[in-house]
Design a protein around this ligand. Structure first.
Ligand SMILES: Nc1ncnc2c1ncn2[C@@H]1O[C@H](COP(=O)(O)OP(=O)(O)OP(=O)(O)O)[C@@H](O)[C@H]1O
Length: 594
Protein backbone atom coordinates (compact mmCIF):
# COMPACT_ATOMS: atom_id res chain seq x y z
CA UNK A 1 0.00 0.00 0.00
CA UNK A 2 2.89 2.34 0.85
CA UNK A 3 4.47 1.67 -2.56
CA UNK A 4 1.14 2.46 -4.19
CA UNK A 5 0.81 5.76 -2.32
CA UNK A 6 4.36 6.78 -3.14
CA UNK A 7 3.96 5.72 -6.79
CA UNK A 8 0.66 7.63 -7.16
CA UNK A 9 2.15 10.73 -5.56
CA UNK A 10 5.23 10.56 -7.78
CA UNK A 11 3.12 10.09 -10.90
CA UNK A 12 0.81 13.00 -10.16
CA UNK A 13 3.74 15.31 -9.27
CA UNK A 14 5.41 14.29 -12.53
CA UNK A 15 2.22 15.16 -14.48
CA UNK A 16 1.90 18.44 -12.54
CA UNK A 17 5.51 19.29 -13.29
CA UNK A 18 4.98 18.50 -17.00
CA UNK A 19 1.83 20.53 -17.65
CA UNK A 20 -0.40 21.92 -14.90
CA UNK A 21 -3.27 23.00 -17.14
CA UNK A 22 -3.53 19.63 -18.86
CA UNK A 23 -3.32 17.83 -15.51
CA UNK A 24 -6.25 19.88 -14.12
CA UNK A 25 -8.34 19.46 -17.29
CA UNK A 26 -7.67 15.71 -17.33
CA UNK A 27 -8.68 15.30 -13.67
CA UNK A 28 -11.89 17.35 -14.11
CA UNK A 29 -12.99 15.52 -17.27
CA UNK A 30 -12.11 12.11 -15.91
CA UNK A 31 -13.87 12.67 -12.58
CA UNK A 32 -17.00 14.22 -14.16
CA UNK A 33 -17.23 11.41 -16.72
CA UNK A 34 -16.97 8.77 -14.01
CA UNK A 35 -19.50 10.40 -11.65
CA UNK A 36 -21.96 10.88 -14.52
CA UNK A 37 -22.55 7.09 -14.71
CA UNK A 38 -24.18 6.56 -11.27
CA UNK A 39 -25.93 9.92 -11.67
CA UNK A 40 -27.38 8.58 -14.93
CA UNK A 41 -28.82 5.56 -13.07
CA UNK A 42 -30.44 7.92 -10.56
CA UNK A 43 -31.91 10.04 -13.41
CA UNK A 44 -33.26 6.88 -15.09
CA UNK A 45 -34.98 5.88 -11.84
CA UNK A 46 -36.40 9.38 -11.53
CA UNK A 47 -37.67 9.28 -15.12
CA UNK A 48 -39.25 5.82 -14.67
CA UNK A 49 -40.99 6.96 -11.45
CA UNK A 50 -42.27 10.16 -13.12
CA UNK A 51 -43.56 8.27 -16.17
CA UNK A 52 -45.39 5.71 -14.01
CA UNK A 53 -46.83 8.54 -11.84
CA UNK A 54 -47.95 10.36 -15.02
CA UNK A 55 -46.00 13.53 -14.08
CA UNK A 56 -45.16 14.80 -17.59
CA UNK A 57 -43.12 17.86 -16.55
CA UNK A 58 -40.90 15.83 -14.17
CA UNK A 59 -40.56 13.08 -16.78
CA UNK A 60 -39.43 15.65 -19.35
CA UNK A 61 -36.81 17.15 -17.01
CA UNK A 62 -35.66 13.68 -16.05
CA UNK A 63 -35.38 12.78 -19.74
CA UNK A 64 -33.20 15.82 -20.43
CA UNK A 65 -31.00 14.92 -17.43
CA UNK A 66 -30.70 11.33 -18.67
CA UNK A 67 -29.62 12.59 -22.09
CA UNK A 68 -27.09 15.07 -20.68
CA UNK A 69 -25.62 12.57 -18.22
CA UNK A 70 -25.45 9.86 -20.88
CA UNK A 71 -23.47 12.22 -23.12
CA UNK A 72 -21.14 13.10 -20.22
CA UNK A 73 -20.66 9.46 -19.17
CA UNK A 74 -19.93 8.35 -22.73
CA UNK A 75 -17.77 11.20 -24.00
CA UNK A 76 -15.89 12.91 -21.14
CA UNK A 77 -13.54 9.97 -20.85
CA UNK A 78 -12.53 10.41 -24.51
CA UNK A 79 -11.88 14.12 -24.09
CA UNK A 80 -9.88 13.39 -20.94
CA UNK A 81 -7.90 10.92 -23.02
CA UNK A 82 -6.97 13.75 -25.38
CA UNK A 83 -5.76 15.83 -22.46
CA UNK A 84 -3.70 13.17 -20.77
CA UNK A 85 -2.37 11.56 -23.96
CA UNK A 86 0.35 14.19 -24.17
CA UNK A 87 0.93 14.01 -20.42
CA UNK A 88 1.40 10.25 -20.71
CA UNK A 89 3.89 10.67 -23.53
CA UNK A 90 5.78 13.18 -21.42
CA UNK A 91 5.65 10.89 -18.37
CA UNK A 92 7.18 8.09 -20.45
CA UNK A 93 9.85 10.45 -21.74
CA UNK A 94 10.55 11.64 -18.20
CA UNK A 95 10.99 8.02 -17.13
CA UNK A 96 13.26 7.21 -20.07
CA UNK A 97 15.40 10.23 -19.20
CA UNK A 98 15.61 9.17 -15.57
CA UNK A 99 16.72 5.72 -16.66
CA UNK A 100 19.37 7.13 -19.02
CA UNK A 101 20.60 9.44 -16.25
CA UNK A 102 20.70 6.58 -13.76
CA UNK A 103 22.45 4.22 -16.15
CA UNK A 104 25.19 6.77 -16.64
CA UNK A 105 25.02 8.71 -13.41
CA UNK A 106 27.02 6.52 -11.07
CA UNK A 107 30.61 7.24 -10.22
CA UNK A 108 31.61 3.75 -11.35
CA UNK A 109 30.15 1.16 -13.69
CA UNK A 110 29.81 -1.49 -11.03
CA UNK A 111 26.01 -1.66 -11.08
CA UNK A 112 26.05 -2.47 -14.80
CA UNK A 113 28.04 -5.59 -14.14
CA UNK A 114 26.03 -6.94 -11.21
CA UNK A 115 23.40 -9.38 -12.50
CA UNK A 116 20.74 -8.23 -10.01
CA UNK A 117 21.06 -4.60 -11.13
CA UNK A 118 21.22 -5.62 -14.77
CA UNK A 119 17.95 -7.51 -14.13
CA UNK A 120 16.37 -4.42 -12.56
CA UNK A 121 17.43 -2.37 -15.58
CA UNK A 122 15.98 -4.98 -17.95
CA UNK A 123 12.63 -4.97 -16.14
CA UNK A 124 12.59 -1.17 -16.07
CA UNK A 125 13.36 -0.91 -19.78
CA UNK A 126 10.42 -3.18 -20.51
CA UNK A 127 8.20 -1.32 -18.04
CA UNK A 128 8.72 2.07 -19.64
CA UNK A 129 5.21 2.02 -21.11
CA UNK A 130 3.84 1.39 -17.65
CA UNK A 131 4.37 5.03 -16.81
CA UNK A 132 1.98 6.06 -19.56
CA UNK A 133 -0.59 3.44 -18.51
CA UNK A 134 0.02 4.37 -14.87
CA UNK A 135 -1.02 7.98 -15.38
CA UNK A 136 -4.23 6.97 -17.11
CA UNK A 137 -4.91 4.48 -14.33
CA UNK A 138 -4.34 7.12 -11.69
CA UNK A 139 -6.74 9.60 -13.27
CA UNK A 140 -9.36 6.91 -13.86
CA UNK A 141 -8.99 5.78 -10.24
CA UNK A 142 -9.73 9.25 -8.93
CA UNK A 143 -13.01 9.32 -10.91
CA UNK A 144 -13.78 5.76 -9.97
CA UNK A 145 -13.44 6.44 -6.24
CA UNK A 146 -16.04 9.23 -6.43
CA UNK A 147 -18.32 7.12 -8.61
CA UNK A 148 -18.13 4.27 -6.09
CA UNK A 149 -18.96 6.66 -3.22
CA UNK A 150 -21.99 8.05 -5.09
CA UNK A 151 -23.15 4.55 -6.02
CA UNK A 152 -22.89 3.48 -2.37
CA UNK A 153 -25.03 6.42 -1.20
CA UNK A 154 -27.72 5.71 -3.84
CA UNK A 155 -27.81 2.01 -3.00
CA UNK A 156 -27.98 2.66 0.77
CA UNK A 157 -31.01 4.87 0.21
CA UNK A 158 -32.89 2.00 -1.46
CA UNK A 159 -31.89 -0.67 1.07
CA UNK A 160 -28.90 -0.51 3.46
CA UNK A 161 -28.27 -4.21 2.82
CA UNK A 162 -27.32 -3.23 -0.73
CA UNK A 163 -24.17 -1.61 0.71
CA UNK A 164 -22.83 -5.13 0.89
CA UNK A 165 -22.59 -4.98 -2.89
CA UNK A 166 -19.64 -2.54 -3.03
CA UNK A 167 -18.19 -4.41 -0.06
CA UNK A 168 -18.26 -7.54 -2.16
CA UNK A 169 -15.88 -5.65 -4.42
CA UNK A 170 -13.07 -6.15 -1.92
CA UNK A 171 -12.44 -9.88 -2.49
CA UNK A 172 -11.75 -9.31 -6.21
CA UNK A 173 -9.51 -6.37 -5.30
CA UNK A 174 -7.59 -8.48 -2.82
CA UNK A 175 -7.21 -11.40 -5.19
CA UNK A 176 -6.23 -8.91 -7.93
CA UNK A 177 -3.34 -7.70 -5.79
CA UNK A 178 -2.22 -11.23 -5.00
CA UNK A 179 -2.40 -12.07 -8.71
CA UNK A 180 -0.31 -9.03 -9.64
CA UNK A 181 2.30 -9.96 -7.05
CA UNK A 182 2.50 -13.43 -8.63
CA UNK A 183 3.01 -11.85 -12.07
CA UNK A 184 5.59 -9.37 -10.76
CA UNK A 185 7.61 -12.17 -9.15
CA UNK A 186 7.52 -14.01 -12.47
CA UNK A 187 8.74 -10.93 -14.34
CA UNK A 188 11.70 -10.57 -11.98
CA UNK A 189 12.35 -14.32 -12.09
CA UNK A 190 12.43 -14.37 -15.89
CA UNK A 191 14.46 -11.16 -16.28
CA UNK A 192 17.74 -13.00 -16.84
CA UNK A 193 16.65 -15.28 -19.73
CA UNK A 194 14.77 -12.31 -21.20
CA UNK A 195 17.87 -10.10 -21.01
CA UNK A 196 20.10 -12.75 -22.56
CA UNK A 197 17.51 -13.45 -25.28
CA UNK A 198 17.24 -9.74 -26.09
CA UNK A 199 21.01 -9.56 -26.28
CA UNK A 200 21.06 -12.48 -28.74
CA UNK A 201 18.28 -10.85 -30.73
CA UNK A 202 20.34 -7.69 -30.95
CA UNK A 203 23.41 -9.67 -32.02
CA UNK A 204 21.55 -11.61 -34.70
CA UNK A 205 19.85 -8.56 -36.18
CA UNK A 206 22.78 -6.14 -36.07
CA UNK A 207 24.04 -5.22 -39.51
CA UNK A 208 27.56 -4.81 -38.09
CA UNK A 209 27.77 -8.45 -37.05
CA UNK A 210 26.05 -9.94 -40.09
CA UNK A 211 29.36 -10.91 -41.73
CA UNK A 212 30.76 -12.82 -38.76
CA UNK A 213 27.47 -14.63 -38.24
CA UNK A 214 27.54 -15.79 -41.85
CA UNK A 215 31.17 -16.91 -41.79
CA UNK A 216 30.63 -19.02 -38.69
CA UNK A 217 27.12 -19.98 -39.83
CA UNK A 218 26.00 -19.03 -36.37
CA UNK A 219 22.60 -17.55 -37.19
CA UNK A 220 20.77 -20.87 -36.80
CA UNK A 221 22.57 -21.72 -33.57
CA UNK A 222 21.92 -18.30 -32.04
CA UNK A 223 18.31 -18.36 -33.23
CA UNK A 224 17.92 -21.71 -31.46
CA UNK A 225 19.43 -20.33 -28.25
CA UNK A 226 17.25 -17.26 -28.51
CA UNK A 227 14.17 -19.43 -28.91
CA UNK A 228 15.11 -21.63 -25.92
CA UNK A 229 15.71 -18.63 -23.68
CA UNK A 230 12.55 -16.87 -24.83
CA UNK A 231 10.55 -20.07 -24.34
CA UNK A 232 11.99 -20.45 -20.81
CA UNK A 233 10.95 -16.90 -19.95
CA UNK A 234 7.53 -17.34 -21.57
CA UNK A 235 6.96 -20.63 -19.72
CA UNK A 236 7.64 -18.87 -16.40
CA UNK A 237 5.36 -15.97 -17.32
CA UNK A 238 2.54 -18.19 -18.60
CA UNK A 239 2.66 -20.36 -15.48
CA UNK A 240 2.40 -17.23 -13.35
CA UNK A 241 -0.42 -15.86 -15.52
CA UNK A 242 -2.37 -19.08 -15.09
CA UNK A 243 -2.01 -18.99 -11.30
CA UNK A 244 -2.89 -15.28 -11.32
CA UNK A 245 -6.02 -15.89 -13.44
CA UNK A 246 -7.35 -18.53 -11.03
CA UNK A 247 -6.73 -16.27 -8.05
CA UNK A 248 -8.53 -13.39 -9.80
CA UNK A 249 -11.48 -15.57 -10.84
CA UNK A 250 -12.01 -16.69 -7.21
CA UNK A 251 -12.50 -13.05 -6.17
CA UNK A 252 -14.84 -12.29 -9.08
CA UNK A 253 -17.10 -15.25 -8.18
CA UNK A 254 -17.71 -13.76 -4.72
CA UNK A 255 -18.84 -10.53 -6.36
CA UNK A 256 -21.05 -12.30 -8.89
CA UNK A 257 -22.98 -13.99 -6.05
CA UNK A 258 -23.45 -10.64 -4.28
CA UNK A 259 -24.73 -9.08 -7.54
CA UNK A 260 -27.40 -11.74 -7.99
CA UNK A 261 -28.40 -11.33 -4.31
CA UNK A 262 -28.82 -7.53 -4.67
CA UNK A 263 -31.10 -7.80 -7.71
CA UNK A 264 -33.23 -10.50 -6.01
CA UNK A 265 -33.53 -8.31 -2.89
CA UNK A 266 -34.93 -5.25 -4.68
CA UNK A 267 -37.21 -7.33 -6.93
CA UNK A 268 -38.66 -8.94 -3.80
CA UNK A 269 -39.19 -5.46 -2.25
CA UNK A 270 -40.96 -4.31 -5.43
CA UNK A 271 -43.22 -7.41 -5.43
CA UNK A 272 -44.21 -6.77 -1.81
CA UNK A 273 -44.86 -3.09 -2.71
CA UNK A 274 -42.20 -1.67 -0.38
CA UNK A 275 -40.27 -0.08 -3.27
CA UNK A 276 -41.30 1.37 -6.61
CA UNK A 277 -40.35 0.29 -10.12
CA UNK A 278 -37.93 3.30 -10.31
CA UNK A 279 -35.88 1.73 -7.48
CA UNK A 280 -35.72 -1.59 -9.34
CA UNK A 281 -34.39 0.26 -12.39
CA UNK A 282 -31.93 2.16 -10.17
CA UNK A 283 -30.56 -0.98 -8.51
CA UNK A 284 -30.29 -2.97 -11.73
CA UNK A 285 -28.45 -0.06 -13.41
CA UNK A 286 -26.21 0.57 -10.40
CA UNK A 287 -25.48 -3.11 -9.78
CA UNK A 288 -24.30 -3.43 -13.36
CA UNK A 289 -22.13 -0.35 -12.82
CA UNK A 290 -20.70 -1.70 -9.57
CA UNK A 291 -19.74 -4.80 -11.50
CA UNK A 292 -18.06 -2.59 -14.10
CA UNK A 293 -16.46 -0.47 -11.38
CA UNK A 294 -15.01 -3.55 -9.72
CA UNK A 295 -13.59 -4.93 -12.96
CA UNK A 296 -12.08 -1.52 -13.74
CA UNK A 297 -10.75 -1.20 -10.19
CA UNK A 298 -9.02 -4.58 -10.43
CA UNK A 299 -7.39 -3.69 -13.75
CA UNK A 300 -6.50 -0.24 -12.47
CA UNK A 301 -5.00 -1.69 -9.35
CA UNK A 302 -2.80 -3.95 -11.45
CA UNK A 303 -1.64 -0.98 -13.50
CA UNK A 304 -1.10 1.12 -10.41
CA UNK A 305 0.81 -1.68 -8.72
CA UNK A 306 3.02 -2.15 -11.76
CA UNK A 307 3.61 1.59 -11.81
CA UNK A 308 4.38 1.51 -8.07
CA UNK A 309 6.74 -1.45 -8.58
CA UNK A 310 8.49 0.43 -11.41
CA UNK A 311 8.95 3.46 -9.14
CA UNK A 312 10.21 1.15 -6.36
CA UNK A 313 12.76 -0.35 -8.75
CA UNK A 314 13.74 3.09 -9.96
CA UNK A 315 14.23 4.23 -6.34
CA UNK A 316 16.30 1.09 -5.61
CA UNK A 317 18.47 1.77 -8.63
CA UNK A 318 18.86 5.42 -7.64
CA UNK A 319 20.04 4.29 -4.22
CA UNK A 320 22.63 1.93 -5.71
CA UNK A 321 23.82 4.52 -8.20
CA UNK A 322 24.18 7.31 -5.66
CA UNK A 323 25.85 4.95 -3.18
CA UNK A 324 28.68 4.07 -5.58
CA UNK A 325 30.52 7.38 -5.33
CA UNK A 326 33.28 8.14 -2.86
CA UNK A 327 31.94 8.34 0.69
CA UNK A 328 33.94 11.50 1.46
CA UNK A 329 34.53 13.40 -1.79
CA UNK A 330 36.46 16.15 0.00
CA UNK A 331 39.45 16.55 -2.33
CA UNK A 332 40.00 18.05 -5.76
CA UNK A 333 42.19 16.58 -8.46
CA UNK A 334 45.50 18.44 -8.88
CA UNK A 335 45.62 21.19 -11.54
CA UNK A 336 48.73 19.64 -13.02
CA UNK A 337 50.77 16.60 -12.17
CA UNK A 338 54.15 17.26 -10.65
CA UNK A 339 54.93 13.88 -9.15
CA UNK A 340 52.62 11.43 -10.97
CA UNK A 341 50.05 8.73 -10.31
CA UNK A 342 50.85 6.11 -7.71
CA UNK A 343 49.12 2.79 -7.13
CA UNK A 344 49.76 1.67 -3.58
CA UNK A 345 49.06 -1.97 -2.63
CA UNK A 346 46.11 -2.05 -5.03
CA UNK A 347 44.04 -5.23 -5.16
CA UNK A 348 40.81 -5.66 -7.03
CA UNK A 349 38.07 -8.26 -7.25
CA UNK A 350 35.11 -7.69 -9.59
CA UNK A 351 31.88 -7.32 -7.62
CA UNK A 352 29.96 -10.54 -7.36
CA UNK A 353 33.04 -12.69 -8.06
CA UNK A 354 35.42 -14.25 -5.58
CA UNK A 355 38.64 -14.24 -7.59
CA UNK A 356 41.03 -11.29 -7.25
CA UNK A 357 41.95 -9.95 -10.71
CA UNK A 358 44.66 -7.59 -9.47
CA UNK A 359 46.81 -8.28 -6.44
CA UNK A 360 49.07 -5.93 -4.49
CA UNK A 361 49.95 -3.71 -7.40
CA UNK A 362 52.52 -1.08 -6.50
CA UNK A 363 53.30 1.29 -9.34
CA UNK A 364 54.49 4.78 -10.03
CA UNK A 365 53.48 6.47 -13.30
CA UNK A 366 55.78 9.51 -13.38
CA UNK A 367 54.33 12.88 -14.38
CA UNK A 368 54.90 13.67 -18.06
CA UNK A 369 55.70 10.11 -19.03
CA UNK A 370 54.39 7.77 -21.68
CA UNK A 371 53.56 4.42 -20.14
CA UNK A 372 52.74 1.16 -21.89
CA UNK A 373 51.04 -1.79 -20.26
CA UNK A 374 51.69 -5.17 -21.79
CA UNK A 375 50.69 -8.69 -20.88
CA UNK A 376 48.85 -11.68 -22.18
CA UNK A 377 45.08 -11.80 -22.66
CA UNK A 378 43.25 -11.69 -19.36
CA UNK A 379 46.34 -10.51 -17.45
CA UNK A 380 44.48 -7.52 -15.97
CA UNK A 381 45.57 -4.61 -18.20
CA UNK A 382 42.08 -3.25 -18.89
CA UNK A 383 41.12 -3.70 -15.26
CA UNK A 384 44.08 -1.53 -14.28
CA UNK A 385 42.90 1.07 -16.78
CA UNK A 386 39.35 0.93 -15.35
CA UNK A 387 40.69 1.66 -11.86
CA UNK A 388 42.70 4.61 -13.16
CA UNK A 389 39.61 6.00 -14.92
CA UNK A 390 37.65 5.60 -11.68
CA UNK A 391 35.12 3.12 -13.11
CA UNK A 392 35.77 1.00 -10.04
CA UNK A 393 37.30 1.65 -6.65
CA UNK A 394 40.12 -0.71 -5.63
CA UNK A 395 38.99 -3.46 -3.27
CA UNK A 396 42.13 -2.68 -1.23
CA UNK A 397 44.84 -0.06 -1.54
CA UNK A 398 44.86 3.41 -3.04
CA UNK A 399 45.29 5.21 -6.35
CA UNK A 400 46.92 8.59 -5.72
CA UNK A 401 47.31 11.50 -8.15
CA UNK A 402 50.10 13.68 -6.77
CA UNK A 403 49.27 12.25 -3.34
CA UNK A 404 45.49 12.89 -3.65
CA UNK A 405 43.56 9.70 -3.01
CA UNK A 406 41.13 9.23 -5.93
CA UNK A 407 38.58 7.63 -3.62
CA UNK A 408 38.21 11.09 -2.03
CA UNK A 409 37.82 12.97 -5.30
CA UNK A 410 34.33 13.46 -6.82
CA UNK A 411 34.43 11.26 -9.90
CA UNK A 412 33.02 13.86 -12.33
CA UNK A 413 35.92 16.16 -11.36
CA UNK A 414 38.47 13.39 -12.02
CA UNK A 415 36.81 12.41 -15.31
CA UNK A 416 37.12 15.98 -16.54
CA UNK A 417 40.87 15.50 -16.30
CA UNK A 418 40.92 12.09 -17.98
CA UNK A 419 40.69 11.44 -21.71
CA UNK A 420 40.33 7.95 -23.06
CA UNK A 421 40.08 5.84 -26.16
CA UNK A 422 38.92 2.26 -25.84
CA UNK A 423 38.98 -0.79 -28.03
CA UNK A 424 35.22 -1.06 -27.54
CA UNK A 425 34.45 2.41 -28.78
CA UNK A 426 31.03 3.73 -29.67
CA UNK A 427 30.11 4.46 -33.27
CA UNK A 428 28.21 7.70 -32.71
CA UNK A 429 26.09 8.14 -35.80
CA UNK A 430 26.38 11.93 -35.78
CA UNK A 431 27.82 14.29 -38.38
CA UNK A 432 31.55 13.46 -38.54
CA UNK A 433 32.59 16.67 -36.73
CA UNK A 434 30.30 15.95 -33.80
CA UNK A 435 31.42 12.32 -33.63
CA UNK A 436 34.88 13.61 -32.84
CA UNK A 437 33.86 16.84 -31.04
CA UNK A 438 31.86 15.14 -28.30
CA UNK A 439 35.22 14.07 -26.84
CA UNK A 440 35.25 17.53 -25.29
CA UNK A 441 31.61 18.67 -25.08
CA UNK A 442 32.21 22.38 -24.50
CA UNK A 443 34.21 22.43 -27.76
CA UNK A 444 32.02 19.94 -29.66
CA UNK A 445 31.35 22.52 -32.39
CA UNK A 446 34.83 24.03 -32.50
CA UNK A 447 36.00 23.06 -36.00
CA UNK A 448 39.60 24.11 -35.42
CA UNK A 449 39.82 21.94 -32.28
CA UNK A 450 38.21 19.01 -34.12
CA UNK A 451 40.61 19.29 -37.07
CA UNK A 452 43.57 19.48 -34.67
CA UNK A 453 42.36 16.35 -32.82
CA UNK A 454 41.89 14.52 -36.12
CA UNK A 455 45.35 15.49 -37.16
CA UNK A 456 46.81 14.25 -33.84
CA UNK A 457 44.97 10.97 -34.45
CA UNK A 458 46.32 10.92 -38.03
CA UNK A 459 42.73 10.66 -39.19
CA UNK A 460 42.86 13.48 -41.77
CA UNK A 461 42.60 10.81 -44.47
CA UNK A 462 39.21 9.71 -43.15
CA UNK A 463 37.96 13.25 -43.45
CA UNK A 464 39.24 13.56 -47.02
CA UNK A 465 37.05 10.64 -48.05
CA UNK A 466 33.87 12.17 -46.66
CA UNK A 467 31.78 14.03 -49.24
CA UNK A 468 30.71 16.78 -46.95
CA UNK A 469 33.77 16.88 -44.65
CA UNK A 470 32.97 17.43 -40.99
CA UNK A 471 29.29 17.84 -41.82
CA UNK A 472 28.92 14.37 -43.36
CA UNK A 473 26.25 12.37 -41.59
CA UNK A 474 27.70 9.05 -40.48
CA UNK A 475 26.02 5.70 -40.09
CA UNK A 476 23.69 3.44 -41.96
CA UNK A 477 20.77 4.24 -39.66
CA UNK A 478 20.35 7.29 -41.87
CA UNK A 479 19.29 6.80 -45.47
CA UNK A 480 22.06 9.09 -46.71
CA UNK A 481 24.54 8.33 -43.90
CA UNK A 482 28.10 7.41 -44.88
CA UNK A 483 29.30 4.05 -43.63
CA UNK A 484 32.93 3.81 -42.57
CA UNK A 485 35.28 0.88 -42.26
CA UNK A 486 36.16 -0.46 -38.81
CA UNK A 487 39.56 1.25 -38.94
CA UNK A 488 38.03 4.57 -40.04
CA UNK A 489 35.53 4.49 -37.20
CA UNK A 490 38.40 3.72 -34.85
CA UNK A 491 40.45 6.64 -36.14
CA UNK A 492 37.55 8.98 -35.45
CA UNK A 493 37.21 7.46 -31.99
CA UNK A 494 40.89 8.13 -31.43
CA UNK A 495 40.37 11.72 -32.58
CA UNK A 496 37.59 11.95 -30.01
CA UNK A 497 39.96 10.71 -27.30
CA UNK A 498 42.45 13.38 -28.29
CA UNK A 499 39.92 16.25 -28.19
CA UNK A 500 40.61 17.29 -24.62
CA UNK A 501 43.40 19.80 -24.50
CA UNK A 502 44.75 19.38 -20.99
CA UNK A 503 43.96 15.99 -19.47
CA UNK A 504 46.11 14.77 -16.60
CA UNK A 505 45.77 11.23 -17.85
CA UNK A 506 45.21 10.04 -21.39
CA UNK A 507 44.32 6.39 -21.53
CA UNK A 508 44.48 4.52 -24.81
CA UNK A 509 43.34 0.94 -24.34
CA UNK A 510 44.11 -0.73 -27.66
CA UNK A 511 42.43 2.14 -29.51
CA UNK A 512 44.32 1.32 -32.67
CA UNK A 513 43.68 -2.44 -32.85
CA UNK A 514 41.87 -2.00 -36.18
CA UNK A 515 44.87 -0.24 -37.73
CA UNK A 516 47.74 -2.09 -39.28
CA UNK A 517 50.97 -2.27 -37.19
CA UNK A 518 52.80 0.26 -39.41
CA UNK A 519 49.99 2.78 -39.12
CA UNK A 520 49.84 2.24 -35.36
CA UNK A 521 53.60 2.62 -35.06
CA UNK A 522 53.64 5.85 -37.09
CA UNK A 523 50.74 7.23 -35.14
CA UNK A 524 52.27 6.55 -31.76
CA UNK A 525 55.65 7.84 -32.82
CA UNK A 526 54.14 11.16 -33.76
CA UNK A 527 51.77 11.11 -30.84
CA UNK A 528 54.44 10.29 -28.22
CA UNK A 529 56.53 13.16 -29.51
CA UNK A 530 53.61 15.60 -29.15
CA UNK A 531 52.63 14.13 -25.78
CA UNK A 532 56.10 14.76 -24.40
CA UNK A 533 55.91 18.38 -25.46
CA UNK A 534 52.43 18.96 -24.05
CA UNK A 535 53.09 17.07 -20.85
CA UNK A 536 56.01 19.35 -20.06
CA UNK A 537 53.34 21.96 -19.22
CA UNK A 538 50.66 19.81 -17.55
CA UNK A 539 52.60 16.77 -16.35
CA UNK A 540 50.06 14.66 -18.28
CA UNK A 541 50.61 10.94 -18.38
CA UNK A 542 49.82 8.97 -21.52
CA UNK A 543 49.02 5.38 -20.72
CA UNK A 544 48.44 2.91 -23.48
CA UNK A 545 47.68 -0.76 -23.74
CA UNK A 546 48.93 -2.50 -26.83
CA UNK A 547 49.91 -5.97 -27.91
CA UNK A 548 52.30 -4.57 -30.53
CA UNK A 549 55.84 -4.31 -29.28
CA UNK A 550 56.91 -1.97 -32.05
CA UNK A 551 54.59 0.56 -30.40
CA UNK A 552 55.23 -0.47 -26.82
CA UNK A 553 59.01 -0.02 -27.11
CA UNK A 554 58.53 3.73 -27.65
CA UNK A 555 57.16 4.21 -24.12
CA UNK A 556 59.28 5.75 -21.37
CA UNK A 557 58.02 3.13 -18.97
CA UNK A 558 56.75 -0.35 -19.77
CA UNK A 559 54.72 -2.27 -17.23
CA UNK A 560 54.42 -6.02 -17.66
CA UNK A 561 51.34 -7.58 -16.09
CA UNK A 562 50.85 -11.28 -15.54
CA UNK A 563 47.96 -12.90 -13.65
CA UNK A 564 46.99 -9.60 -12.09
CA UNK A 565 50.43 -8.73 -10.81
CA UNK A 566 53.10 -6.37 -12.07
CA UNK A 567 55.98 -8.68 -12.80
CA UNK A 568 58.38 -6.27 -14.51
CA UNK A 569 58.64 -2.57 -15.22
CA UNK A 570 61.24 -0.34 -16.83
CA UNK A 571 62.34 1.00 -20.20
CA UNK A 572 62.43 -1.15 -23.34
CA UNK A 573 66.22 -1.38 -23.18
CA UNK A 574 66.22 -2.50 -19.52
CA UNK A 575 63.46 -5.04 -19.97
CA UNK A 576 64.77 -6.45 -23.24
CA UNK A 577 68.13 -7.01 -21.59
CA UNK A 578 66.75 -8.55 -18.40
CA UNK A 579 65.74 -11.87 -20.00
CA UNK A 580 62.33 -11.85 -18.31
CA UNK A 581 58.77 -12.18 -19.63
CA UNK A 582 59.01 -8.96 -21.65
CA UNK A 583 62.09 -10.03 -23.56
CA UNK A 584 60.48 -13.41 -24.16
CA UNK A 585 57.26 -11.87 -25.57
CA UNK A 586 59.23 -9.30 -27.55
CA UNK A 587 61.44 -11.95 -29.14
CA UNK A 588 58.40 -14.06 -29.97
CA UNK A 589 56.70 -11.20 -31.80
CA UNK A 590 59.89 -10.12 -33.54
CA UNK A 591 60.34 -13.68 -34.88
CA UNK A 592 56.72 -13.76 -36.06
CA UNK A 593 57.21 -10.59 -38.10
CA UNK A 594 60.64 -11.38 -39.47
N1 LIG B 1 33.33 -7.27 -15.57
C1 LIG B 1 34.03 -8.31 -15.16
N2 LIG B 1 33.55 -9.11 -14.21
C2 LIG B 1 34.27 -10.17 -13.78
N3 LIG B 1 35.49 -10.49 -14.23
C3 LIG B 1 36.02 -9.73 -15.19
C4 LIG B 1 35.33 -8.60 -15.71
N4 LIG B 1 36.10 -8.01 -16.65
C5 LIG B 1 37.23 -8.75 -16.72
N5 LIG B 1 37.18 -9.77 -15.84
C6 LIG B 1 38.23 -10.76 -15.61
O1 LIG B 1 39.37 -10.07 -15.19
C7 LIG B 1 40.55 -10.66 -15.73
C8 LIG B 1 41.38 -9.55 -16.37
O2 LIG B 1 40.65 -9.01 -17.46
P1 LIG B 1 41.18 -7.74 -18.27
O3 LIG B 1 40.10 -7.34 -19.20
O4 LIG B 1 41.69 -6.74 -17.32
O5 LIG B 1 42.37 -8.40 -19.07
P2 LIG B 1 43.32 -7.77 -20.20
O6 LIG B 1 44.71 -7.97 -19.72
O7 LIG B 1 42.90 -6.39 -20.55
O8 LIG B 1 43.02 -8.76 -21.39
P3 LIG B 1 42.98 -8.51 -22.99
O9 LIG B 1 44.41 -8.37 -23.44
O10 LIG B 1 42.40 -9.79 -23.47
O11 LIG B 1 42.13 -7.33 -23.27
C9 LIG B 1 40.08 -11.72 -16.71
O12 LIG B 1 40.29 -12.97 -16.08
C10 LIG B 1 38.63 -11.47 -16.89
O13 LIG B 1 37.93 -12.66 -16.99
Amino acid sequence: MRDLRIGALKMITTAWRMDRRKTVVSVILMVSGAVAAPALAAALAWMTGAVIAGDTAAAAWAGVSVAALAVAALTFGHFAHLAYFELSELAELDFAEQLITLSNGSAGIEHHERPEHADTLTVLQREARQFRVGLEALLTSAGLLLAVALTAVLLAKVNPWLLLLPLAAFPPLLTGRIAERISDRARTGTAEPTRVALNLFHLTTSARLAGELRVFRLAGELRGRHRTLWATATRGLVRAQLAATWVRAAGQIVFALAYVGAVLLVVRDAITGRRGVGDVVLVIALAAQVNQQVTTAVTLLQDLQRMAAAYRRLAGLTEVVTATGPSRPDQSPPDRLRDGITLRDVSFTYPGTGTPVLGEVNLKLPAGSTVAIVGENGAGKTTLVKLLCGFYQPTRGQVLADGVDLSRVPMPAWRERVAAGFQDFIRYEFPAGETVGVGDLPRAGDEAAILAALSRAQADDVLEQLDDGLRTQLGKTYADGAELSGGQWQKLALGRALMRSAPLLLVLDEPTSALDPQAEHALFEQYAEQARRVSAATGAITLFVSHRFSTVRMADLIIVVRDGRVVESGSHADLAASGGLYSELFALQARAYS
